[in-house]
Design a protein around this ligand. Structure first.
Ligand code: S3P
Length: 175
């Protein structure tokens, strides 16, 4: 079975939806950021601080190629993963890729609900956050849109909505 690889902007629900999807399909779930942190014994924030974004992107590309080789998995990528090197072409070649598409407003809401520190968003006010999301989503979306499947994600603020996203993905993949 090909891997299912979830892509999309920070806060699109890749990890939350990915975990539920893996559970529903009886697959193992991997989160690329978690995998990087575990392999390097460093948090993503520490890697950004110590090696800069360029250093992080090198490690991310290498770890993507390592984890995507595992069989029968659901993998959620980082928001930037598809947008560097030839990562998106690689993702398409090894898995069934799904873009979790959400509006800047929904992304901002999700990012406010989840307090995990993201180096690229650190210190931004609500207004700055929305501006940043709008601008960078526009730059990134061409990469995300290369995914073989696209689902629209609305505000995931309860279990039923989460399950709806899981169901949409399963329908798209015929699983
Ligand atoms: C990033 C997204 C993060 C993480 C890093 C950079 C990005 O992952 O990889 O902070 O460039 O969008 P999530 O999308 O899981 O937050």
């Amino acid at each position: 079975m090909k891997s299912i690889i979830l892509v999309g902007y920070m806060g699109s629900g890749k990890t939350t939806v990915g975990k539920q999807l893996a559970q529903a399909l009886g697959r193992t779930f991997y989160d690329l950021d978690w995998y990087i942190e575990t392999r390097y014994h460093r948090t993503v924030a520490q890697i950004f601080a110590e090696r800069g974004e360029d250093g992080f992107r090198q490690m991310e590309a290498a770890m993507l190629r390592e984890v995507a080789e595992f069989e029968d998995i659901v993998l959620s990528c980082g928001g930037g993963t598809p947008c560097f090197f030839d990562n998106m072409d690689y993702i398409r070649s090894v898995g069934e890729s799904v873009y979790l598409k959400a509006t800047p407003e929904v992304l901002a809401q999700h990012l406010k609900m989840r307090k995990v520190e993201r180096p690229l968003l650190k210190g931004k006010s609500e207004e700055e956050l929305l501006d940043y999301i709008r601008t960078s989503l526009e730059q990134r979306e061409p990469f995300y849109l290369k995914a073989q499947h696209i689902i629209d994600v609305t505000l995931l603020d309860n279990y039923d909505k989460l399950q709806t996203s899981v169901r949409l993905i399963r329908e798209k993949l015929g699983l």
